[in-house]
Design a protein around this ligand. Sequence first.
Ligand SMILES: Cc1cc2nc3c(=O)[nH]c(=O)nc-3n(C[C@H](O)[C@H](O)[C@H](O)COP(=O)(O)O)c2cc1C
Length: 175
Amino acid sequence: MKREINIFDHAKKIFDLFPSPGILVTTKSEDQVDAMTIGWGSIGIEWGVQIFTAYIRDSRFTYELLEKNPEFTVCVPLDAADPKIKKALAICGSKSGRDVDKFEMAGLTRVDSDLVKSPAIQEFPLTIECRVAYKKLQEVSEIDKTLASFYPATGNHSAPHVAYYGEILKSYIIE
Ligand SMILES: Cc1cc2nc3c(=O)[nH]c(=O)nc-3n(C[C@H](O)[C@H](O)[C@H](O)COP(=O)(O)O)c2cc1C
């Protein structure tokens, strides 16, 4: 059963997990599906609607899937101390969906979302279904110099983030 909630009443549960150990974002395009750990994110209001913004480097498989199907689901654990949750966040934050099925590897149970193709996750019951309302590739040259150290000239971390502003379509807890 899914119990609908107002996500603003539960925002602290999310921010307590940022930047570590993080939460999950799922994406899906045709038969490809992925779950990725995120440690950054924002919740607010723009265009008069609730928005969850996720910041995804353009090197991620998650980015590829979002470019094909601009929908995502935010999945939050209710017991982040559970070893199974810690293991899932570690796997989804280090392996790429290009190489492995992270749901299988982390023992995660997919649950159909109501309004988007990206799945919810039984073990991460607090769920936000989002459709991308706006996206913006962040220009590293415009980022404050002290923070631009997140983007060294070479290596995996050189990739800039794309800010995906997801209109929150539905929020609930899977019970
Ligand atoms: C705690 C934690 C937080 C992370 N936060 C982000 C994030 O906000 N944005 C991002 O692009 N990558 C983040 N990552 C890295 C991705 O989760 C990681 O590169 C993942 O393997 C990408 O998976 P994918 O290629 O299947 O999309 C984080 C990793 C960890 C462990």
